[in-house]
Design a protein around this ligand. Structure first.
Ligand SMILES: [Zn+2]
Length: 367
């Protein structure tokens, strides 16, 4: 594992579109030093991305990473852009998400002559969602999204997100009988969502293991934002509740949406709640399989000695940009305890070494 290269990459602040050229230059130089061909692809938005071609021929395997990071935010006890190594952990913004993955894959593919054609994909604006078009432009026979945890996953949850606007009637709070308090209606909607969430976790389960926590990954529902009221002495005339539902294979958006909305409507009518509904996000789940994915899981088992059943991510991933054209598997050095997107982000060097070994072995053995 080239810790110096990783430190160099982490020291470049690539949050919010900063220093793209500098990061790209480091990646291209490190690739060429390893005798690999590297190409900078500037996308339609003017964002530079890098493709590094490993040695080998056969089916094309894309290892997908990104060099941009989220801003450091508050609460760091270390300098986010002056990486330090403590007890096998490298601290710094992007050490785990996703610069560690770039270096691990680069090391892995540069050590072997492959029985596949390995390509390291380094996107430039993943965190802001701007790299989707670039990713959708790539072709291959398997995509490995190296932007997740050390247990391989083969799918991701979907998202349904609504804003419920509860209607009431404004009045002076000294005369509540003249108004209708939208906040009370909204709080009932919040309780309804909580109930639905409990029901979903129990009964709307997929056949897949969750990447974390769940034996069988269920649909999850939460009320996440509540807006209401303008002053202490005014009965509010409207209140909004934002609702986030995570869907799973077998209980995808087209099944969960009518179920939830029918129940919500029945609940609202039964409680005399008047409301409007706005749908903000509708992104379906996906799950991958086939012999390429199986092969990857086999290599993972060979290297680690751990037998894994295919699991599905609790959130969404960039796999969605590939899953319509090729099989997808997700595997990387990001653990929940790594404080990815939080203060004092770090990565375990042993996780990076594992990624490197699995990538190396997979490229060597081929599909
Ligand atoms: Zn990431």
């Amino acid at each position: 594992m080239d810790v110096d290269l990783l430190k160099k990459l982490v020291s470049v602040d690539t949050s919010g579109g900063r220093n793209r050229e500098k990061a790209v230059e480091i990646i291209v130089k490190a690739s060429r030093e390893r005798g690999l061909e590297a190409e900078v692809v500037v996308d339609k938005k003017g964002i530079p991305n890098v493709l590094v071609y490993g040695r080998g021929s056969g089916k094309r395997v894309l290892f997908v990473t990104h060099y941009d990071v989220v801003p450091p935010g508050e609460g760091w006890t270390k300098d986010p852009f002056n990486p330090v190594l403590v007890d096998g952990k490298l601290y710094g913004r992007g050490a785990a998400d996703d610069k560690g993955a770039i270096v691990a894959v680069l090391e892995g593919i540069s050590k072997v002559e492959g029985n596949v054609e390995p390509v390291l994909v380094v996107a430039g604006a993943e965190e802001t969602g701007e790299s989707g078009d670039f990713m959708r432009s790539l072709e291959g026979d398997l995509a490995v999204i190296v932007d997740s945890g050390p247990t391989p996953t083969v799918g991701a949850s979907g998202v349904l997100k609504w804003t419920v606007i509860v209607k009431g009637k404004q009045a002076h709070s000294a005369y509540p009988f003249l108004g209708e308090n939208a906040l009370y209606g909204a709080s009932k909607v919040v309780s309804f969502v909580e109930e639905f969430g409990r029901f979903a976790e129990k009964f709307l389960r997929s056949k897949y293991r969750g990447a974390e926590h769940y034996e069988r990954l269920p649909v999850r529902a939460s009320a996440t934002v509540l807006h209401a009221g303008s002053a202490w002495n005014i009965i509010p005339s409207s209140a909004t509740v934002e609702i986030s539902i995570r869907t799973v294979p077998g209980w995808n958006n087209d099944v969960v949406e009518p179920l939830f909305l029918d129940l919500l409507d029945e609940f609202a009518r039964g409680n005399g709640i008047e409301y409007e509904l706005r749908k903000d996000i509708d992104m379906g789940t996906w799950v991958s399989g086939g012999k390429e994915v199986e092969r990857f899981l086999e290599v993972y088992r060979e290297v680690t000695g751990i037998h894994v059943e295919p699991a599905v991510e609790l959130g969404g991933t960039d796999g969605v940009h590939f899953a319509d054209r090729m099989p997808v598997v997700q595997f990387g050095p990001l653990r929940p305890e790594n404080n990815v997107h939080g203060p004092d982000e770090f990565v375990y060097l042993k996780d990076l070494e594992l990624v490197e070994r699995v990538v190396e072995r997979f490229v060597e053995e081929g599909l």
